[in-house]
Write a protein that binds this ligand. Structure first.
Ligand code: ADP
Length: 606
């Protein structure tokens, strides 16, 4: 696989891993708490605009209980209160006080009579603790109620903060809508509540709320709260004009008698009484200020896109630009929930935020190790290059010394003709050897720089191999190694003759160099499927898998080769590979330590 493709694949894997971990986190309780905190933070940062409230709270607070006989006199006081409220002509009245047990008969009779005068009365019912049914108000009260609504509020999950209520609850097969929703229904003319899987509609208002989660509704708490009147003041004769045309929510807020208190995203210090939560829920639905949740898949999809946008630049774009791009993507992931919130949609923050941090960490780690590996590889190459350079310099000295010595002998002494000829032949041979060495080195540089051009010609493969065998024969004879040319006589291919000869000669001399005495080196070739395969097989020292991978790197030599005592530079094979690649071919190695090697050149037949 090519470098850039592999890098992108790594980046994809890193992104996917970071995203999967982040998704797991977002489904954990820790992720849930993170979402809650982010929601509360955004809620406080962008509180809803204050508007005139369609609701008014009438509350039994501490003052009312102090002045009007405490909780004992609750029903009697409620009766008087309802009488006063009825006179003020409210649009609807919701009573968040449980009236499930019979009390003092006289008091109950007066309360029932008062209820009869109240238009649009909604009474509270509560689910039995075991969920088997509903605790409704006793019959004399129920008779006068336009509707019954459940008063359960939801905390959390994971904390004591109320962010939503369930609009629908079912107990003992009987469904009840929330007190706030029933009040809205009564206020909008008492029509039916129509339920579809994604929303509810009542009196022409559509309330987005999914059925599969118990129809939750995020309460849009308003900063100023709902206007509140003390029941005690009304009982004492204070004017009740503010209640005209409003939805009046009656309930207990005195700390001693109202256990159904919860914090809200806006509360500072004191939790909010249940009746106020119902009034706020009513106001949310009445004003249409909904905060629907974004679908879970959308959050995960955005997080995945973000992970790719972070890991991609970190893996592929080196220098600081990579960090800058990844940082921008990470910042975008953090800002997404905010943008959604400003569009009145709640996007859980845990998945995108965790994805951003995990992808940054994983991408950064990948980058660190990747860069380090490249640095180590380049340092190793430099070291090998230096070693090879020293070796080459040393090798060059050998012919130079011979040339110097011979020429000095010739010029200084009056030597016999035969000796002079021998010495000048030596000078000639050694300077040719020097020239060859220099040419090889220059060829390597030219090949690596892509400056070498192919001079394609039709070649007789057997003849080419024969020429190589003749050149390598002296080397082979020294070790009594047999060179067998098994190339079929009629095999022709198109290649650069000089370069291909160089490649085959290199493979051949390597095979001889790295084989023990009295073995055989065979060269064969075959044409098939538009390709010519040319191979050199020996019975030599071989190499293992790891060594085969590094074989074609410049200046690489195997341990076995170094221990064999054969000199070498480790550049021959890198040139061979470049020659083959110039021909748009391939080179393959099969080898096993101690069992010999086969090098195969695969060239297009053209
Ligand atoms: P050199 O032979 O000068 O060291 P090469 O580039 O030709 O450089 O070869 C690189 C290395 O590959 C050799 O040093 C040797 O370790 C290994 N090698 C090449 N050919 C063979 C072979 N036929 N058998 C075993 N090892 C080989």
């Amino acid at each position: 696989m090519k470098g850039p493709r592999r890098t992108l694949l790594y980046a994809g894997a890193v992104a996917l891993a970071a995203w999967a971990l982040a998704a797991l986190f977002s489904f954990s309780s820790l992720g849930g708490q993170f979402d809650n905190n982010a929601y509360d933070f955004l809620y406080r940062a962008f509180p809803p605009r204050a508007a005139t409230s369609p609701a008014v709270l009438v509350v039994f607070d501490e003052r009312t209980f102090q002045r009007h006989g405490g909780i004992r006199r609750l029903r009697a006081n409620l009766a008087r209160l309802l009488e006063r409220i009825a006179d003020a002509r409210p649009a609807a009245v919701a009573v968040d006080i449980t009236l499930a047990d019979p009390g003092d008969p006289q008091e109950d009779a007066r309360l029932a009579a008062a209820m009869a005068r109240v238009p649009g009365l909604v009474l509270a019912c509560e689910m039995m603790p075991d969920g088997s049914g509903w605790q409704d108000p006793i019959a004399p009260f129920r008779r006068h109620a336009a509707a019954l609504g459940h008063v359960s509020t939801l905390a959390g999950p994971y904390d004591d903060v109320n962010r939503r209520i369930t609009l629908e609850r079912v107990a003992g097969r009987e469904r009840r809508w929330a007190l706030s929703l029933e009040t809205l229904r009564v206020l909008s003319g008492g029509g039916e509540i129509l339920a579809s899987p994604a929303d509810l509609s009542v009196g022409g208002r559509v309330i987005p709320s999914r059925w599969d989660e118990g129809r939750p509704l995020r309460v849009r708490y308003s900063e100023g709260g709902i206007p509140s009147v003390s029941a005690g003041d009304l009982l004492d004769g204070a004017p009740a004009d503010a209640l005209a045309g409003k939805a009046v929510f009656i309930g207990v807020t005195a700390i001693s008698a109202a256990p159904d208190r919860l914090f809200t995203p806006l509360s500072r210090g004191l939790p909010m009484a249940g009746v106020a939560i119902h009034a706020q829920a009513f106001q949310t639905m009445h004003s249409g200020a909904f905060l629907p949740d974004a679908p879970a898949w959308l959050g995960l999809l955005l997080a995945l896109a973000g992970a790719l946008l972070i890991a991609g630049p970190l893996a592929a774009v080196m220098r600081w630009h990579g960090w800058a791009l990844a940082g921008a993507a990470a910042a975008a992931l953090h800002i997404l929930p905010l943008i959604c919130f400003k569009q009145d949609v709640v996007l859980p923050a845990s998945a995108p935020a965790a994805t951003a941090w995990l992808a940054l960490a994983a991408g950064g780690a990948f980058r660190y190790f990747y860069v380090r590996r490249r640095l180590e590889a380049s340092e190793a190459a430099t070291r090998r290059y230096q070693q090879a350079f020293h070796f080459v310099a040393h090798e060059m000295r050998t012919p130079l010394t011979a040339i110097q010595g011979s020429s000095e002998l010739i010029s200084r002494y009056n030597l016999p003709e035969a000796k002079r000829r021998e010495l000048s032949q030596m000078i000639n041979a050694e300077s040719k050897r020097l020239a060859r060495m220099i040419t090889t080195f220059l060829d390597v540089e030219k090949l690596s720089a892509g400056q070498m051009e192919l001079r394609l010609a039709e070649i007789d493969a057997a003849a080419l191999v024969d020429a190589c065998c003749r050149r390598a024969a002296p080397l082979a004879e020294r070790k009594r190694i047999r060179l067998s040319n098994l190339v079929p006589p009629d095999l022709r291919l198109k290649a650069d003759a000089e370069l291909l000869e160089y490649a085959v000669y290199n493979l051949l001399t390597n095979a001889v160099k790295y084989s023990p005495e009295e073995t055989e080196v065979r060269v064969g070739a075959a044409a098939e499927n538009g390709q010519v395969r040319l191979w050199v097989t020996d019975q030599g020292i071989g190499m293992d898998e790891a060594e085969m991978k590094n074989l074609f790197r410049k200046f690489y030599r195997t341990k076995r080769a170094e221990q064999s005592g054969e000199t070498g530079t480790g550049i021959g094979l890198s040139i061979v590979r470049q020659i083959v690649e110039l021909h748009e071919g391939d080179i393959r190695v099969q080898s096993a330590p101690g069992r010999g090697s086969t090098f195969t050149l695969v060239l297009p037949a053209r």
